[in-house]
Design a protein around this ligand. Structure first.
Ligand code: 173
Length: 318
């Protein structure tokens, strides 16, 4: 009897912790559910939940209907949520340096090898109490879309819907920036409250904006950053196996847009078919625009955060 009892105790004491409780993380997205910039995050969640059975579970509570997009960064900071899909442009109030990510386009995966990821993660640890898990959509550029025809790149007299992504460049070209969340763009266009808006080359069909858009200004500029952030206390509370699963799945989803060039081409064709006309003023005008967009973008970041801004510009290599 005694021997059996001791064996039983030993089994309990030395058994591997296979029955450790599954951890549940609450997640939100700053973009409408099921649309372009939430889709990769949703694939990420599905894969974590499939591969992580018994280990980790992500409870996806939704998008902008659950939480205003510009509040998502703060919700991660304060652990109202554990995990979020959000662009840096939506949390520049807490972290002005996040405005630089649009200027840091790199081949997929490169930023994990050249020191950029470490520094960006450090900034998130310090300023957002967050772990920088992934950057998706490394290579998807932006455009200014317009409803008024212009005959050169000049936005004088035009009201343009912006986020911090486009604000400096719109001002540099004489436009009046009006900041709104994506959910307000359709109505603003329909009512003529704005004459145009900034948005990536992908995604305008998701919310029906093709019906209220006439022109797309060339060239494409900057690169969208859509990031997966984890509250830092939640991250520290996970065990190694849980952290490894999240990191591996993050890298898997980062690679999802590695070959985005044909996707962009077909979206441009789809826009043309929907009657959206490209306004292209030739290579010299495009080159000047790109240089100016980069310069005003960096100047604005460096003005708000001199040291970190300069360091990010160096890491960006442009
Ligand atoms: O709302 C926006 O226009 C914006 O800033 C953004 C950033 C990344 C992807 C999509 C939109």
């Amino acid at each position: 009897m005694r021997r059996i009892a001791l064996a039983g105790i030993a089994a309990v004491l030395f058994a591997p912790p296979v029955s450790a409780q599954e951890t549940t993380l609450r997640a939100v997205t700053a973009f409408a559910e099921g649309t372009q910039f939430s889709r990769h995050f949703e694939r990420f969640i599905e894969k974590v939940n499939a591969d992580g059975k018994g280990l980790i579970k992500i409870n996806y509570v939704g998008g902008p209907r659950t939480m205003p997009p510009f509040e998502v960064g703060n919700a991660v900071r304060t652990r109202v949520v554990d995990l979020a899909n959000v662009t840096g442009a939506f949390y520049t109030n807490l972290m002005p340096e996040a405005d630089a990510f649009k200027l840091m386009a790199k081949p997929t995966g490169k930023y994990r090898q050249d020191g950029s990821w470490e520094y960006i993660n450090q900034l998130h640890n310090q300023k957002l109490n967050a772990w920088f898990l992934a950057r998706q959509f490394n290579n998807v550029p932006f455009h200014i879309y317009l409803n008024r025809k212009i005959d050169k790149i000049d936005l004088t007299g035009l009201k343009i819907r912006v986020t911090p992504i486009y604000k400096d460049v719109v001002e540099a070209y004489g436009g009046t920036p009006i900041t709104t969340a994506p959910g307000e763009v359709y109505t603003a266009l329909e009512r003529g409250v704005v004459d145009g808006y900034g948005w990536p080359v992908l995604g305008i069909f998701d919310l029906g904006w093709d019906k209220v858009t006439k022109f797309r200004l060339e060239p494409a500029f900057y690169a969208a950053d859509v990031n997966i952030l984890v509250n830092l206390d939640a991250w520290k509370g996970l065990n190694d196996a849980q952290r490894k699963l999240l990191t591996d799945t993050a890298i898997w989803i980062e690679n999802a847009d590695a070959d985005v060039v044909p996707v962009i081409q077909s979206e441009r064709e789809r826009q043309a078919k929907a009657g959206i006309q490209a306004l292209d003023f030739g290579p010299a005008a495009s080159k000047a625009f790109l240089e100016r967009a980069a310069n005003v973008g960096w100047e604005s970041v460096i003005k708000r955060s001199p040291e970190a801004g300069a360091k990010l510009r160096k890491l960006a290599g442009n």
